[in-house]
Structure formats: C-alpha cells, structure tokens
Design a protein around this ligand. Structure first.
Ligand code: XLS
Ligand code: NI
Ligand code: NI
Length: 436
C-alpha cells in the first residue's frame, strides 16, 4: 500500500528551541519525569472517529476534510484501507493507543448480521496492524447515536425493539474490543436523555438504562473481558438533557443501581465545561469516589456554545489535569484520548499532525509543571495548613466520628469566636505562575 502521508517523516523530539512545526518541543516519550517515562504517564490515544472519519462539517456547512486515501464509499475494502492509514498515522506520530466506535471502523449496513460481518473483516486488519506495530486499543465503544433508529435514544428509547438492537450492537462491539485486547470499553450515552419531558417517562428510561448496563456487566463476565468499563458524562447535545450529565450525576446513578463497582468515569474537558464545571472539578469529584478511569483530552471554546472538541493547547488546563492524575497515582487502564478534531478551516492531512503534536506537547508541559509543583511542595503545604485545625482537638474528633451538636456547642462556649486565616487565592495564583 502506498503511504498516506508520504511527505511526513516520523515526528521527533527536537526540544523547546526547535522551530520545526513537525517536531515535538516538549514531548520526549522516553524521558523520565516523576519516576516514570512520559509516554507511560500520558498514555496518549488517537480517536478514530475524529482522525479518520470526521469530515469537519459544522452546524452551518458541510465537510471540508481532504482525505485522499478515502474513496468515500461504504465498502469494506475502503474501511480496511482506512484502518491501515490510521496505523501509519499513529506510527509517524508515536502514539501507542487508539479508540473507536464500531461504526467508525466499519460501515453500518442497515442489517445487523451484515454490519457485524463487516466489523469482523475490519477487525482482522486492526488486529494484524496491532501485531505489526505494537499499538494497542485503549477502549472500544458502539455508536448508538448516529443512525435514525436511535433518534429517540438507544438504551433509553421508548421502543423495546430499538433497545434490543442497541444491546445486540453493544454485544458485538464488546466482542470485537475483547478480541483486539482493548483495555477498556466506554459507554457514552449520546442520545440517552430526552428532547422534551412532555413525551418522556424519566424513571422508566433510567431503569431501562440500568438494566442495559447490568446486561453489559453480565456479558463481560461471560466472555471473560477484563477491560475497564467507563461511563462518559455529558450534559446535553445532541439531547436537551442527558442522564449522564456530569460526574456527580453519573456516580449517583451508578450507586443507585448497584453498578459503581463495575464502572469508572471517562471525563472529557469540553463536556465538563458544557456542564458548567471545570475539568479539574469533575476530576476531583470522580477521584473522591475512586472512579476516575480515563480522560478524553480536548477543550471547548468560551465563545461557542457547543462541543467544539478542540485540541488542548492551554498549559493551565493541562497542568491542572496532570496534577490530578499524578496525585491519584497515575492511570491504570485509562489514558489521554484526543477526542478532538481540527477546525473546519484546517482541512489538509498535515493538519492532523499539527493538531496532535500540539496536544501532546501541551500535556508534556503540563506533566512537567505539575511534577514540579508537587516536588516544590508549597501548594500542598498551604492546603494542609489550611485544614490543620482538623488535625487535632475538636477537628480531629469530628473527622474520627462520634461528635455531637452538644459537643460543638460546649466547644464553642468554652473557646469563643474562632480566629480564621486568609484563603490567599492571589498569592497561590502567583505561586502557580512561577512554574508556568
Ligand atoms: C461525544 C463524545 C464521544 C465519546 C465516544 O461528544 O465525546 O466522542 O467520547 O462515544
Ligand atoms: Ni468523548
Ligand atoms: Ni465530546
């Protein structure tokens, strides 16, 4: 097969002084930071749906992407060829992982048996390319939101036959993910929510969704799939309200339906901000329940109201993300999957390289900055000091449990008005700027 990117060499690390746009300035895969190689901290993944399938349309105009290797057809041969291009891309970029939906890699043929057969034929190529290159599958998933049959939901559809179709599709996507040695499997409920409450029975839909996820847990056991299950929160878009609206809503749902032990969260920055939170907030909520699994690395645009899925280039953002990851002890099955696409204006194949190089460099810097902040210790020291009244006396008793309102009253009557210290927000912001 002719190369898809004949003019692009393997991307090398050239250091911060390099002026070569097709080189890493900060990401040096084998360099050790905080006791681990950068590539093992960051575990970058390429999203098949964006890199290979996104035409770069937006709500006001059609696709612009130039993908000369793609004949635009739904043929299996085209899908197999595209799979090979994906691996050439990952090899040249030096990314170890990828993620896909069933319908990204293989065509939807409007007949379950035929679609499954096509998926197997493409999975043959994915498997042989994985073996040839050593690249791995971070997670797989099923597309339960594009086809018209899912326009009113999949596992929350009011129609039981659609629900059954969705289950059959997930079963196959799990089989293929298992066959490819996937380290995880993601459930993003693209249309699991509602457009209007005038036609919706929320309680029934949530019960159905929980039953669906329990079936997935059972099927996982049945086939011996050891990968981690993830739920990916998002508040809205395409639906008006999605049941998995943010980390807290997902955790509550998982707890309510006895699913928490089987799932972690796959958090995406642009979804966090659409939910009115920062990514760091969402990460801390997940980590507090030991449920942060993986990250869809992207960013939104403060001036545009939808999920723009842009490549992250902001060092504050990547520093905050890497601080949380380092503090939780690093990824296990998860990674940083670039769920991000080029802008509609950036339609050439080389733009795929610029975009990923920028994201990888931004996270490499974020990692180094976060490691330096932790190593320095002043930030953690300040926070520890801020809570120090809980380290002994009445505070320690509260944390140990068993304190009553009577005890709090007696303490206050004996001690009078508390002395409190400044929160020092500005000082801490200045401290962080020392590192960025
Ligand atoms: C869309 C989601 C999607 C999931 C996978 O907004 O981010 O891409 O990551 O289904
Ligand atoms: Ni995502
Ligand atoms: Ni998204």
């Amino acid at each position: 097969m002719a190369e898809a990117f004949p003019d692009i060499p393997k991307i090398q690390y050239e250091g911060p002084k390099s002026k070569n746009p097709l080189a890493f300035k900060h990401y040096n895969a084998d360099e050790v930071v905080a006791g681990k190689k950068m590539k093992d901290h960051l575990r970058f993944g390429v999203a098949y749906w964006h890199a290979m399938r996104n035409t770069l349309s937006d709500p006001f105009g059609g696709g612009t992407a130039q993908r000369p290797w793609d004949d635009g057809s739904d043929s299996i041969a085209n899908a197999q060829n595209r799979a090979r291009v994906m691996f050439e891309f990952m090899e040249k970029l030096g990314v170890d992982y990828y993620c896909f939906h069933d319908r990204d890699v293989a065509p939807e043929l409007n007949d379950l048996a035929a679609s499954n057969k096509a998926l197997d034929a493409v999975a043959d190529v994915l498997l042989s390319e994985q073996q040839r290159t050593g690249k791995k599958l971070l997670w797989g998933t099923a597309c339960l939101f594009s086809h018209a049959r899912y326009c009113q939901g999949a596992a929350t559809s009011p129609n039981a036959h659609v629900y059954a179709y969705a289950g059959a599709q997930v079963k196959k996507a799990m089989d293929v993910t298992h066959r490819l040695g996937g380290e995880g499997y993601t459930f993003w409920g693209g249309r699991e929510g509602y457009a209007t409450l005038w036609n919706t029975n929320q309680k029934r839909e949530m019960d159905h969704l929980a039953a669906f996820l329990h079936m997935a847990v059972d099927y996982k056991k049945k086939i011996g799939f050891k990968g981690q299950f993830y739920i990916e929160p998002k508040p809205r878009e395409p639906s008006t309200h999605q049941y998995d609206s943010d980390a807290a809503a997902c955790l509550n749902f998982l707890r309510q339906y006895d699913l928490l032990e089987h799932f972690k969260l796959n958090l995406e920055t642009n979804h966090a901000t659409l939910a009115g939170h920062t990514m760091r907030h969402e990460m801390q909520v997940a980590i507090a329940s030991n449920a942060l699994g993986s990250v869809d690395a992207n960013t939104g645009d403060t001036l545009i109201g939808w999920d723009t899925d842009q490549f992250p280039t902001n060092f504050y953002l990547t520093t905050e993300i890497m601080l949380e990851i380092l503090k939780m002890g690093g990824f296990t099955t998860g990674g940083l999957n670039f769920d991000a696409k080029c802008r509609r204006e950036s339609f050439e194949p080389v733009d795929l390289f610029h975009a990923h190089i920028g994201g990888m460099d931004a996270f490499a810097r974020g990692l180094k900055i976060a490691a330096a902040i932790i190593e320095d210790g002043r930030l953690d020291g300040f926070i520890k000091q801020r809570y120090s009244t809980f380290d002994n006396g009445i505070g320690a008793k509260v944390e140990a449990g068993g304190v009553t309102f009577d005890d709090l009253e007696a303490h206050t009557l004996a001690n009078g008005e508390p002395l409190i210290g400044s929160g020092r927000q500005e000082m801490l912001e200045n401290l962080i700027n020392e590192f960025i």
